[in-house]
Design a protein around this ligand. Structure first.
Ligand SMILES: NC(=O)c1ccc[n+]([C@@H]2O[C@H](COP(=O)([O-])OP(=O)(O)OC[C@H]3O[C@@H](n4cnc5c(N)ncnc54)[C@H](OP(=O)(O)O)[C@@H]3O)[C@@H](O)[C@H]2O)c1
Length: 349
């Protein structure tokens, strides 16, 4: 079987009928709840074997949501490593930091990264050390009796951005250092740890402010809403396209992979993880503006080429995420629905 055929047959494993997609997923999160993230009966989960999950990057935007969600599943014992103070990827790897083979780890979730393309461009060496987690992957690969599932966060920036709706089987060709480090990490994982890994190529993650400690960068939805509410005209790119994904969908996927770790025992998987629509930032601003009853005429559509961001940005990295929808058994949340739930507190609906 050729490699692309192998990938296609694996993809088929995760395809589901439309009828199945419409069925409520048992792990569906309630977006209206900030702290108690799970909205399901824990009975089914209690019957699953207890598993230990090591979460890296627990202090980051996504990591905070993941720790609250996994921490609330009764059958999961969660070990958090909250960023560079706990386990610094730029320092030589020290097995003792995680405990040698005596600590049983069933799943490792790696949310640690230098996640902003601009930051990666400013300090490429640090970005590479953190984003290509060689020490971590080697540690996992050499464990003898206990081989955990590695869930690793990658990005849509692995694609070149010259076409729409990339599939997992399409060629990767990043245009910036951030994307290049993520491609290198993916290759490292596939070569050193070919089974028991899940690589999630996430698009821009949207959602409420981080639930434990606010992150010190503007979040997309909140930035748009605040800018338009100020009553001042604001520029938004109308020639770069993304598939923004709800943070709760990302958490749902990580939780499902954790609870279904056995499905990846004999093969690693790569999934695109983007919302259902291909949108420019100007499109997103219009949706937020309409939802919040703000003045659409304040949105100035401009080309991304008019601004020097100090880092090259891919044009169209919209993705086809049907494979992960098949795995999850439901459609991912639309931008409008995520924005509505997330901004409802702010707009009083
Ligand atoms: N957010 C998005 O829109 C988006 C989109 C696509 C893909 N992703 C990917 O999703 C993952 C999570 O993103 P995020 O938005 O949650 O990132 P984030 O908010 O920037 O958090 C990054 C995490 O990595 C940790 N970290 C940074 N440098 C480290 C180091 N030297 N050693 C160990 N840990 C270190 C940070 O800890 P401290 O800084 O506290 O030390 C923090 O916990 C990343 O892999 C990112 O590339 C995110």
């Amino acid at each position: 079987m050729r490699p692309d055929e192998k990938t296609r047959s694996r993809a088929a494993k995760f395809s589901r009928s439309d009828a199945q997609m419409m069925m409520p997923h048992p792990l569906r999160l309630d977006l209206t709840k900030r702290y108690s993230v799970f909205n399901h009966s824990s009975t089914a989960l209690n019957t699953k074997p207890r598993r230990t999950v090591l979460l890296l990057g627990a202090t980051g935007y996504l990591g905070q949501f993941v720790q609250l969600a996994l921490g609330s599943v009764p059958s999961i014992l969660l070990i958090n490593k909250g960023g560079s103070r706990d386990l610094d990827f730029t320092k030589p790897w020290d097995d003792d930091n995680l405990g040698k083979d005596d600590i049983v780890v069933d799943v490792v979730v790696n949310c640690a990264a230098v996640s902003q393309p601009g930051e990666c461009a400013k300090d490429p060496e640090r970005a590479r050390l953190v984003n290509v987690p060689r020490g971590l992957v080697e540690w996992i690969a050499r464990r003898k009796n206990n081989k955990p599932l590695l869930i690793h966060l990658s990005t849509d920036h692995v694609y070149e951005g010259t076409r729409s709706f990339y599939k997992e089987t399409d060629e990767v060709n990043p245009v910036n250092h951030y994307g290049a480090t993520k491609v290198e990490a993916e290759r490292l994982i596939r070569s050193l740890y070919p089974c028991r890994h899940v690589i999630l190529r996430s698009s821009i993650i949207i959602g409420p402010q981080a639930p434990i400690t606010p992150v010190n960068r503007p979040l997309l939805l909140q930035f748009i809403q605040t800018a338009l509410a100020s009553g001042k005209p604001t520029s938004f790119f109308d020639d770069e396209w993304r598939c923004p994904v709800s943070v709760h969908d990302v958490v749902d996927v990580i939780t499902a992979c954790t609870l279904r770790a056995e499905e990846f025992e004999h093969a690693g998987e790569t999934f695109n993880l983007g919302g259902p629509e291909r949108l420019s930032r100007a499109d997103m601003a219009e949706i937020v503006s309409d939802l919040c009853g703000l003045d659409r005429s304040l949105i100035q559509r401009v080309s991304a080429l008019t601004v020097n961001r100090g880092v090259k940005s891919p044009t169209d990295i919209s993705m086809d995420s049907s494979k992960i929808e098949g795995f999850l058994g439901r459609r991912l949340t639309s931008f409008k629905e995520t924005a509505r739930r997330c901004l409802s507190e702010r707009i009083g609906t």
